[in-house]
Design a binder for this molecule. Structure first.
Ligand SMILES: Cc1cc2nc3c(=O)[nH]c(=O)nc-3n(C[C@H](O)[C@H](O)[C@H](O)COP(=O)(O)OP(=O)(O)OC[C@H]3O[C@@H](n4cnc5c(N)ncnc54)[C@H](O)[C@@H]3O)c2cc1C
Length: 399
């Protein structure tokens, strides 16, 4: 049985960044990832393949109130960041306090913004954040500028920004994680297929490119892909994790480490703990409180496509955000959330997203005139919004 100093489960934003930070310590580190490397292929930039055929989405069935669905989750080295939009926001100071929403109260965190601020600074440097301080009205205090200047607005987005400013709002450059070759001699490239697509050029600052690639250059770091961690075993007194059981090609592999870091994402981390039942932990590991997997909180997201009379030729539209309604405002006593530009919607995606074409317009014409927004509002913790795992005899273990 292999023994390591540290095992990290998952290679996404959490596990990947953790591996990057720990690699220089010289500790013997094993990273276990259930996915493989995301293939670099033409389909990376095909809307048909990515959004309609869901080529990179996990082939898994989860259940919501008994109804099966295919979750929008991605099991690759780099986790969901391989597909993410790379908008790199810090939580706001107020987010850590008690917040009254229309649907109820979001309780205060036991930690405050000040505890996270130094790590945000480090992460913004590591993940090549491009942005501009001092415009976003809800921006928390920081100890310096973004490491890189904001991405330039293309003409239609600049026009939208000017229109919003004329109305008294404060749009600001969306903080974006992207490698544009600054200071390296590499040519910059801003792909039109970026937000929600894998990035063939590896310009997107995802956890694979930014964190895992440099981490595995260290001799003391080993990455094993296609290893799905099934459960953690403990010592007889139940107090120490002694073994990590992973599945590989239908076999169980067992690893040991002094420290085990579970960074498999919100749902899958809970699933690992819930599957790790034992006499000492009958409800799953660390779950005496019965809170593991409960209070699952996720942003409530919506796509808003505004079809304007003016055309929108933008290639890289994802450069602007608005927080004027993030907290209580003159328009409503409760927080409404964040608005940011989406990557530019093309004809194929328009046909996929829009329920039906507008009168007299083709989907291509609609896409050529649309301004595309991502609307994000907060979810409230609810103990009944919960992840559970079913353990059939074949141990395929659905959610
Ligand atoms: C399309 C899309 C766009 C997004 N855009 C943004 C954005 O612009 N800005 C932003 O901040 N966030 C964005 N997000 C969200 C962001 O990607 C996630 O919040 C983030 O990746 C979470 O990091 P994580 O490490 O917790 O989990 P993940 O990134 O999900 O990583 C978990 C890793 O663990 C692996 N894993 C899971 N189970 C096991 C197991 N049992 N054994 C071994 N390995 C396992 C997974 O394969 C994965 O690699 C977006 C997400 C999506 C899907």
């Amino acid at each position: 049985m292999e023994h390591y100093d540290i095992i990290i489960i998952g290679t996404g934003a959490g596990g990947g960044t953790m591996a990057y930070a720990l690699a220089p310590t010289g500790k013997r580190i094993l990273i276990l990832e259930r996915g493989d490397y995301l293939p670099r292929e033409r389909e990376n930039w095909s809307t048909e393949a990515v959004f309609k055929q869901k080529r990179y989405q996990a082939h898994e069935t989860w259940y919501y109130n008994g109804e099966p669905f295919r979750p929008e989750i991605h099991y690759w080295v780099g986790g969901n960041t391989k597909m993410f939009g790379a908008a790199l926001f810090r939580l706001r100071e107020a987010d850590f306090g008690e917040i009254h929403h229309a649907g109820g109260t979001s309780p205060a965190w036991p930690l405050g913004y000040q505890h996270f601020a130094p790590y945000y600074t480090q992460a913004e440097h590591l993940y090549h954040a491009h942005g501009q301080r001092g415009i976003d009205p809800t921006e928390p205090p920081t100890d310096g500028p973004y490491p890189f200047d904001p991405l330039p607005h293309e003409p239609r987005v600049a026009e939208l920004k000017a229109d919003l400013e004329r109305l008294g709002y404060a749009p600001f450059p969306l903080p974006m994680g992207i490698k544009l070759g600054e200071g390296t001699g590499e040519a910059p490239y801003l792909p039109s297929t970026f937000d929600g697509y894998p990035d063939l050029t590896e310009s997107k600052a995802d956890a694979h490119v930014i964190a895992i690639k440099p981490a595995v250059q260290h001799d003391n770091v080993t990455l094993r892909t296609n290893r799905m961690v099934w459960e953690l075993k403990t010592s007889a007194d139940g107090r120490t994790v002694t073994e990590v059981h992973a599945r590989h090609n239908g076999e169980t592999e067992i690893f040991r480490a002094d420290t085990v870091i579970v960074a498999a994402g919100a749902a899958n981390s809970a699933a690992i703990f819930l599957r790790s039942e034992s006499d000492k932990h009958p409800n799953g590991l660390g779950n005496r409180s019965d809170l593991v997997g409960r209070n699952y909180v996720c942003h409530n997201n919506a796509t808003f496509l505004a079809i304007s009379k003016e055309s929108n030729d933008s290639i890289f539209q994802k450069t602007l955000a608005i927080t004027d309604w993030y907290g209580p405002s003159a328009d409503w006593e409760y927080p409404m959330g964040l608005i940011q530009m989406l990557g530019k919607v093309d004809e194929t995606l328009m046909a996929f997203e829009a329920p039906e074409p507008l009168d007299g317009m083709t989907y291509a014409e609609m896409a050529a005139h649309s301004l595309d927004f991502w609307l994000q509002s907060e979810d409230l913790p609810d103990p009944n919004n919960r992840i559970t795992v079913t353990l059939p005899t074949d141990k395929s273990g659905g959610f």
